[in-house]
Ligand binder design. Structure first.
Ligand code: DGL
Length: 274
């Protein structure tokens, strides 16, 4: 069982921010990743649809030998909220609590900003999680629906005028509140963290939920004696529901290295139907 893989899923490539940190913290673990690239974005859909997709993603994970499932997706984590443990025996974690805890630990002025998809922001889940940790903290949020398509299409350069303009438009309301921490509440956003940081200024700490979930997974697995005893480097295997070529190209941006295309497979979306 300890040699089973860690299962990670997202609507697209954003969850690779979590995979990168998992690889760094636990290089001997195998990882199975699923990116539902045929149905991205999740963040503009209804709660019911997001829950249905999440259940299918989890079922897909369970078809493989996984010892832990991570929803490396802010949208799924926010919509499931406290329901996150509904998926049977395999432990399941999302990005919501790890990111909220990290933000609460670093804020000095008690003002935290959260940006995310429309579904994440309208769920109010981050505010609830943060106030559950420290009641006195104020939370300013804004949805940034154009960030995901920009990132998925490779508009990530620090000097890209389109991204800079969109960032200015979305982040203004949060900056105005004087936050000193900003949760990048969608796992796609860390790829444009330089643009976001440039606009928010040096005094604002950015939190990457994918990275925080990976750290949380590491301590959870260590505490639960779930770490692999493997001596060799672990393998990452990737599954996507749309073009493998596009995924491989974009994945480089997230992982900072090429992915092994022999370990990249397309799955038929129909197989995900429950
Ligand atoms: N990566 C997903 C998240 O963290 C967002 C992308 C989407 O809208 O599907 O929310």
């Amino acid at each position: 069982m300890n040699d089973f893989a860690i299962g990670v899923f997202d609507s697209g490539i954003g969850g690779l921010t979590c995979v990168k940190e998992l690889n760094r913290l636990m290089p001997n673990e195998n990882i199975i990743y699923f990116g539902d690239t045929a149905r991205i974005p999740y963040g503009t859909r209804s709660k019911e649809t997001i829950k249905k997709y999440a259940a299918q993603d989890v079922e897909f994970m369970k078809k493989h030998e996984v010892k832990l499932i991570i929803a490396a997706c802010g949208t799924v984590s926010s919509v499931l909220g406290a329901d996150s443990r509904q998926f049977g025996e395999t432990p399941f974690i999302g990005v919501l609590l790890p990111a909220a805890q990290a933000a609460c630990a670093v804020t000095r002025n008690g003002k935290i900003g959260v940006i995310g998809t429309s579904a994440t922001i309208s769920s109010g889940a981050y505010g609830k999680a943060i106030r559950g940790i420290r009641r006195s903290i104020t939370v300013a949020g804004n949805s940034c629906p154009l960030f995901v398509p920009l990132v998925e299409n490779g508009f990530t350069d620090r000097e890209n005028l389109v991204v800079k303009l969109v960032a200015e438009q979305y982040l203004g309301v949060v900056k105005k509140e004087g936050v000193d921490v900003l949760i990048l509440g969608c796992t796609h956003y860390p790829v444009i963290s330089e643009v976001i940081a440039d606009y928010m200024g040096a005094g604002v700490t950015l939190i990457s939920p994918g990275e925080e979930a990976a750290k949380h997974a590491f301590s959870f697995m260590a505490k639960s004696a779930m770490l692999s005893d493997r001596k060799d480097k672990g393998h990452n295997t990737y599954y996507v529901s749309d073009s493998t070529k596009q995924f491989a190209q974009n994945a480089r941006l997230y992982l900072g290295e090429e992915i092994d295309e022999k370990a990249l497979f397309k799955v038929d979306i129909e197989d995900l139907a429950l």
